[in-house]
Design a protein around this ligand. Structure first.
Ligand SMILES: *Cc1c(COP(=O)(O)O)cnc(C)c1O
Length: 421
């Protein structure tokens, strides 16, 4: 195929032959992005789920500015700094008491890789051979090889199968299949003695915004506990208010053995991730024998500027005002969604906390469905940043979005159905 326009930049999840032109963004403020061609877009997906309190929140920006002039990078092996220590202290206060250690990295994928290495290191260092990982159907945990291996297989990773390791997959616990999924988890735990079960609590994001109940999450934790299988909660997307509580596990009263947070950790301003773990996982690596060291690092582990942004974010979460915004957005989303429940052109109309999703009732389904690019173009023309997953449309805005913004978003979704179906 002749290349019509060669882009020097290779964009992520982008088919350049079908999407030759990128929208140039000059500025972000609150829920809005301002483009070079003079448009104002409503960022209805929080710029891929990272922006929580809005673009360029002044508290976050100031924290970054201040830290950048003081110490902007330092090796984190053998060295430490205030921003990292403050983030760790605050995080441990905010999360379950059983989580006692914080390991820093720089993306959701790396936080998952770290979690998997912690789990296998734990079993290895305590002299037990447990290596199998149990996963949930339709999961997404990132795009590095290990994170892909524990995620759903499909068109996204068909070319890389040779590099990926085998996992045991249990069905997604849809409303009518909860017991089937739980039985599958129990069987896997009983028969395979896995090292860990990794799961996105309450919402499977990239797998299609699939939602399941807190009671199932609680039951899955109970099963893992009964068989001594480590429970890894990947809260990279669900954390920081998305599901209505600060972390999704809170709603199920579940304490994970290992937890991954990223995306909203800096309110979406800078890349940073953490993997939290129980004391005995840290202890399994604690030894005068250097072979038992946790051998993991990335160059920018606990970058001070990113940590300063995270600290500012943690401070915001201390204020009731920011907790109230989550509750209020959840209510507004519920109201905006209500009319769609009775509209036969849509299916699986659903909401968990601040996140809504619905399917266009079309035979043209799946991630690569032709309706996908058409929807993308339609929303773009309406000055909305919405990025459907195939025929699944979802709305995950920053918490500062207004009711009027939501009206505009949902009116466009309704019009898209009028026009495209
Ligand atoms: C986005 C995401 C990841 C990967 O995070 P990156 O920062 O893109 O590497 C992992 N797990 C879940 C649940 C995610 O939504």
């Amino acid at each position: 195929m002749r290349i019509a326009k060669r882009s020097p930049i290779w964009h992520p999840f982008t088919q350049h032959a079908l999407q030759p032109d990128m929208t140039k963004v000059l500025r972000g403020e609150g829920a809005y992005l301002y483009t070079e061609d003079g448009r104002r877009l409503i960022d209805a997906i929080s710029s891929w789920w990272v922006v929580t309190h809005g673009h360029c929140h002044p508290c976050i920006v100031n924290a970054i500015r201040e830290q950048a002039g003081k110490l902007n990078q330092v090796i984190f092996a053998g060295y430490t700094h205030d921003p990292a220590e403050q983030v760790a202290t605050e995080l441990l206060k905010l999360t379950c008491p059983a989580l006692e250690h914080v390991f820093f990295s720089d993306s959701g994928s790396t936080s998952v890789e770290v979690a998997l290495k912690m789990a296998l290191g734990y079993w290895h260092n305590t002299g037990r051979q447990r290596t199998q990982i149990v996963v949930m159907q339709h999961s997404y945990h990132g795009d590095t090889i290990g994170a892909m291996s524990v995620g759903s297989r499909g068109v996204f990773n068909a070319a890389y199968g040779a590099l990926m390791f085998e996992v045991t997959s249990i069905p997604f616990p849809a409303r009518d299949r909860e017991q089937i999924a739980l039985d599958a988890l129990e069987n896997a735990c009983r028969n395979e003695h896995p090292a860990a079960f990794i799961v996105e609590p309450l919402i499977l994001g990239a797998g299609g915004m699939l939602m399941y109940s807190p009671s199932v999450l609680r039951e899955m934790k109970r099963i893992c506990e009964a068989f001594d299988v480590l429970f890894i909660a990947d809260e990279v997307m669900t954390g920081w208010g998305r599901t209505g509580s600060l972390f999704a596990c809170e709603q199920a009263d579940v304490t994970p053995d290992i937890a991954c947070y990223s995306k909203g950790l800096t309110a979406g301003a800078l890349p940073l991730a953490v993997t939290l773990c129980r004391a005995d996982i840290f202890d399994a690596h604690y030894s005068e024998d250097r072979t038992r060291t946790f051998f993991h690092s990335s160059s920018y582990t606990a970058n001070p500027v990113a940590c300063a942004a995270a600290k500012a974010n943690l401070d915001l979460w201390q204020q009731q005002e920011y907790r109230r915004r989550v509750a209020s957005l959840a209510r507004m989303q519920e109201q905006a969604l209500a009319p769609f429940c009775a509209d036969s052109r849509f299916a699986n109309v659903r909401r968990t906390g601040t996140v809504t999703a619905l399917e266009l009732n079309t035979s043209d389904a799946g991630y690569l469905a032709d309706i996908g690019p058409k929807l993308l173009a339609f929303f773009q023309a309406r000055n909305l940043l919405l990025r459907p997953l195939g025929n699944t449309i979802y709305v995950m805005p920053p918490y500062c979005v207004t009711a009027a913004d939501l009206d505009e978003i949902y009116a466009a979704i309704r019009d898209a159905a009028d026009l495209l179906m």
